[in-house]
Design a protein around this ligand. Structure first.
Ligand SMILES: Cc1ncc(C[n+]2csc(CCOP(=O)(O)OP(=O)(O)O)c2C)c(N)n1
Length: 341
């Protein structure tokens, strides 16, 4: 996790850790909202899949990650990039298709990754990143490295065959991989009950020989309660796990989707469980001056976003003659197996 490496082993550090987490959720929400606004101004290339409302689970799962771990985010997981330390300006440039972005202007947000920070780009085929996570975990196991792979997926993707294949293989080999289901109740416009015959995706873990956990993804503390011990256990060789975070996306599937398939009451119900507000109540109960804290953090986030947008807007468009750059790895003699053509 970027600069939030405070170890929560003593009271002072615990407070600092919690404030860091609050900051992360606010930064992610701020970033999401800014991207939606920029989308309406026609400044974002490609689709925008807002993760607003899901910040609690992103912060709770990413906080216990360590250097060398790999994460496979989903299309709604801008927050993963931020928490892994990707510069907000670079991320914004990626969304605008500019040279300064992760793919140097060759792609929308959707497929961008940053391997130097262990963030794999996602693919359009939902569910297909899980076998990749399993491959990364297999490498950790073979090399006896104490790292883990974390793969996010939606409850919609949970119905895909490669998700089951990945989990089955991970279970058989007891791989260091944690599967995180962001169950936000809708796969595009398909509600949960129309695509699953059971209530909890987590129940499926038993079929692969590992444990499944359910928590409220809108309650950061509940996510941490599950994620911290589960990730630690997997890191120590305890094998895979499945964490299902029940949550809700405030926006439609993407910004062009008005989400008319759900009621206003339902949205209101979930907004009343907002992960940031919920954490503010907790901080207040612990004696923090939340009003002051919120103002300070809002100011900081505003400044970071302003800088990010400026960086992205000032970043050039990619040169036409760079279109074939970065498509293939530069071959090394080792890769060619001694054969040079
Ligand atoms: C294999 C596959 N089928 C269908 C789609 C089209 N599609 C894109 S996002 C989406 C909904 C995904 O729902 P879910 O997995 O629950 O994630 P969420 O968008 O709710 O976060 C669908 C059906 C796709 N990208 N890949």
């Amino acid at each position: 996790m970027a600069d939030a490496t405070v170890v929560a082993s003593e009271p002072g550090a615990q407070v600092e850790y919690e404030l860091q987490l609050y900051y992360w959720m606010k930064l992610i929400r701020g970033f999401e909202e800014r991207v939606s606004r920029l989308h309406r101004q026609n400044k974002i290339l490609g689709g925008v899949y807002s993760g607003a409302g899901q910040e609690g689970l992103i912060a709770g799962i990413c906080a216990p990650l360590q250097q060398g771990d790999v994460v496979l985010p989903l299309h709604r997981d801008l927050g993963v990039f931020l928490m892994r330390g990707v510069d907000p300006g670079v991320l914004m440039a990626q969304l605008m298709g500019k040279e300064g972005g992760l793919s140097r202007g060759k792609d929308s947000f959707l497929h961008g990754g940053d391997l130097s920070r262990g963030v794999f780009g996602s693919t359009s085929m939902l569910g297909s990143s899980l076998p990749v996570a399993v491959g990364a975990a297999l490498k950790f196991q073979i090399k006896k490295e104490k790292n883990i792979a974390v793969a996010f997926f939606g409850e919609g993707a949970a119905s895909r065959g490669d998700v089951h294949e990945a989990m089955n293989f991970a279970g058989v080999r007891k791989l260091p991989v944690v599967f995180v289901c962001e169950n936000n109740r809708y796969a595009y416009s398909t509600p949960l009950e129309k695509q699953m015959a059971i209530d909890d995706v987590a129940d499926r873990a038993a079929a692969y020989g590992f444990k499944g956990y359910v928590c409220s993804g809108n309650d950061l503390l509940a996510v941490l309660d599950v994620a911290e011990p589960v990730l630690a256990r997997t890191r120590e060789g305890g094998g895979p796990a499945l964490i299902e975070c029940k949550t809700y996306r405030y926006h439609g599937h993407s910004e062009h989707d008005p989400a008319l398939y759900r009621s206003k009451e339902e949205l209101l119900k979930w907004e009343s469980r907002d992960p940031i507000q919920r954490f503010e109540f907790y901080l207040e109960k612990k004696g923090q001056d939340v009003k002051r804290l919120r103002e300070q953090i809002d100011e900081k986030v505003r400044a970071i976003l302003q800088q990010a947008v400026e960086f992205a807007e000032n970043s050039p468009w990619p040169e036409v003659n760079s279109v074939l750059d970065d498509l293939y790895a530069t071959p090394t003699p080792g890769m060619l197996n001694g054969r040079r053509s």
